[in-house]
Design a protein around this ligand. Structure first.
Ligand code: FCB
Length: 459
């Protein structure tokens, strides 16, 4: 693994997925509280009301981080715990919770990376137009300022927004995510307002501390056309526009991809950019966060089967695939990283998420032998090494997730954690993949097995 010598090892979570305690500590409702209350919105009607209980008791999470020997931990702070309403009042209890977590991370020698927006928009902002309104940008910049002033002595690395594609297109077109709207021009507007907000917030954070490192996290998918037929190639271009280029190119180049108006229509585009200077979205980044999960093969179809991209069909995922039907394509991971590296050769890449959702269970002996995730880590870190060898400047890797948590519309059914979460007690048990990741980190950090023992002894 020496090819990965420069990579910092981490894992990631997000506030609504782990904290629970949604009515405690002065937290105000978010779009996910509202959305999960709708019948049928999530598997089994699951909600984040309890989740992993990390708000009431973050110790288990912190011990898990230390046990793994993580160098860095990515988590999000809940806007709804920091700012309590339109007047912009900040909430000392919410701030105190995150200060406690950050102080504990510092004491344990772990560098935090804080995501400011991981999908939990306060409901009072949704009621005023949510991500279609530039008032949301102003409110976010205020939140970012408060977070930076109150926590900036303990945090140097910030992610403005997480996966604007999902928040825009699953939140406002497929309706699979909060706020559950289904309207394409609204989705495009929500994408642009989030990107604009990213740029504004990045500038605001820099004004507070020029040494902050600032990026955003975008999910990019590896897409292949089913055939070389011109219609399939066109379908592939459209899918790539909506899922990848709209975000990647706009953030790096400060202009919309040339085919945006052809696909969405001129009216939708002019509505989406109203009041926004697109060139200012390309505020220079200190790093780009890439979340990688998906490989898909697409072809043209009149009645497409994709909920987000019109006129395309996503073919059944080819073998090899995981037991829950997701393509196991580490080569796609390498391609995505090299694509980013080709566009922005000097920009550090942080893999801010990568992982696999499985139906894990504890065996009779109380352990979780997640062999698919173990194989996944081997294969995807090899793929990461391939990308590094070919020139991708990867500085950090965050496995999603530290522990099983509330997986949005899938509720608690799908488990992504290195640690198995017993709901609702919140008890965490390291899976086989956690043992493996821990050994790998110990080896990469230079101490080999001895270091793994030392990390274990300290836990
Ligand atoms: C990503 C999200 C993250 C988690 C993983 C599995 O799209 O950013 O919160 O749900 O997928």
């Amino acid at each position: 693994m020496t090819k990965l010598a420069g990579v910092r090892w981490g894992s990631a979570t997000a506030a609504y997925q782990i904290e629970g305690a949604v009515t405690d500590g002065g937290r105000v409702p978010t779009i996910w509280d509202e959305f999960t209350a709708r019948p049928g919105a999530t598997t089994r009607g699951d909600t984040g009301a309890v989740a992993c209980g990390a708000y009431d008791d973050p110790e288990g999470m912190l011990d898990a981080i230390e046990w793994l020997g993580l160098e860095t931990y990515r988590f999000s702070i809940a806007w709804s715990r920091i700012i309590t309403g339109p007047e912009g009042q900040s909430n000392p209890e919410g701030i105190a919770y995150y200060r406690r977590v950050l102080q504990e991370l510092r004491d344990r020698g772990v560098t935090p990376v804080v995501t400011l927006y991981h999908w939990d928009l306060p409901q009072w902002l949704q009621d005023r137009g949510g991500w279609t309104s530039l008032a949301t940008t102003d409110a976010f910049v205020h939140f970012a300022n408060v977070a930076a002033r109150e926590l900036g002595d303990l945090v140097n690395d910030w992610i403005t927004v997480n996966e604007p594609f999902c928040a825009a297109f699953h939140g406002h077109l497929s309706g699979l995510h909060a706020p559950g709207i289904q309207d394409e021009p609204t989705a495009l507007r929500a994408a642009l307002v989030q990107l604009h907000t990213h740029g504004e917030a990045a500038r605001a954070l820099r004004a507070i501390n020029p040494d902050f490192r600032i990026g955003l996290a975008m999910n990019l998918s590896d897409l292949a056309p089913a055939t070389e037929h011109p219609e399939d190639l066109e379908a592939h271009r459209r899918a790539d526009l909506v899922e990848n280029r709209l975000f990647l190119y706009t953030v790096l180049q400060g202009r919309l991809p040339a085919d945006t108006a052809a696909y969405f229509g001129a009216d939708a585009v002019s509505g989406a950019v109203e009041g926004i200077d697109v060139s200012r979205i390309a505020e220079p980044l200190d790093f780009i966060g890439i979340n990688y999960y998906e490989h898909n093969v697409v072809c043209a179809a009149d009645q497409g089967n994709d909920l987000v991209v019109r006129g395309i069909e996503k073919l059944p995922v080819p073998e090899p695939r995981s037991s829950n039907g997701v393509a196991v394509r580490p080569d796609g991971f390498t391609r995505v990283l090299l694509r980013v590296a080709a566009l922005a050769p000097d920009l550090p890449i942080w893999v801010t998420e990568n992982g696999i959702g499985l139906w894990d269970y504890l065996g009779p002996d109380g352990t979780c032998n997640d062999i698919e995730r173990v194989a996944f880590i081997d294969q995807y870190l090899d793929a990461l090494a391939d990308a590094v060898t070919q020139g991708a400047k990867v500085e950090a890797y965050y496995f999603w997730a530290l522990m099983d948590n509330f997986e949005w519309s899938h509720g608690y059914e799908l488990r992504y954690g290195l640690f198995y979460t017993d709901y609702p007690s919140g008890r965490l048990t390291p899976k086989a993949s956690a043992q493996q990741y821990r050994s790998l980190i110990a080896e990469e950090r230079g101490g080999g097995a001895d270091n793994a023992r030392r990390v274990g002894a300290a836990a």
